[in-house]
Design a protein around this ligand. Structure first.
Ligand SMILES: [Fe+2]
Ligand SMILES: [Fe+2]
Length: 179
């Protein structure tokens, strides 16, 4: 694996840790009495999850894919036997819809809506991450030349420098989960 795949797959690992927690908490909600309101602690947890997904999984990780890697990859479309980018973008959008519904569920204190959309997101992202790690990133590594790869890494680093504090904040969140 080269550096591009390493950086993005490491971010996937962090996202997957949060996804496991999402699945766990969603299962718990589903086994609870739906009529009783969400506890304050649970409400805080889901608000933090939405924030992590929006800022880390989406604005930080998906931005590297959508604005940088996918753009360079699509320039090589004529050399590809298939281009998975359109499907990946569709799945990013689908993920955003689940998160929007999840956020509404929290505001409405609707446990059913929360768990349904949280699980929808978690299952979508698990599959999505698998496709990128196993199909898209290896294809990109093969088709992109070294100069382009270097330029991509540089742009990744620029995002990381710009979002240094946010990155730190969300990595701390992941560390907290691990314990
Ligand atoms: Fe993606
Ligand atoms: Fe990804």
């Amino acid at each position: 694996m080269s550096e591009i795949s390493n950086i993005l797959s490491d971010e996937h690992k962090n996202i997957l840790l949060v996804i496991d927690l999402i699945i766990d908490k969603s299962d718990k909600i589903q086994s609870e009495d739906k009529a009783s309101p969400l506890s304050k602690d649970n409400e805080k947890f889901w608000i933090e999850i939405v924030e992590f997904i929006r800022n880390y999984a989406d604005k930080f990780h998906h931005a590297k894919e959508e604005e940088i890697l996918f753009k360079e990859f699509c320039k090589k479309e004529s050399e590809l036997h298939c281009n998975p980018v359109e499907q990946m973008l569709y799945e990013h959008d689908l993920g955003r819809k689940f998160v929007k519904e999840l956020e509404e569920g929290i505001k409405e204190n609707n446990k059913e809506k929360i768990s349904e959309n949280a699980l929808g997101y978690a299952n979508l992202l698990k599959e999505h991450i698998f496709k990128e790690d196993d199909i898209l990133y290896p294809m990109a590594e093969e088709v992109l030349d070294e100069k382009t790869k270097g330029a991509i890494i540089k742009k990744f680093r620029d995002i990381e420098n710009k979002k240094k504090h946010e990155k730190e904040k969300y990595l701390n969140f992941v560390e907290k989960i691990k314990k």
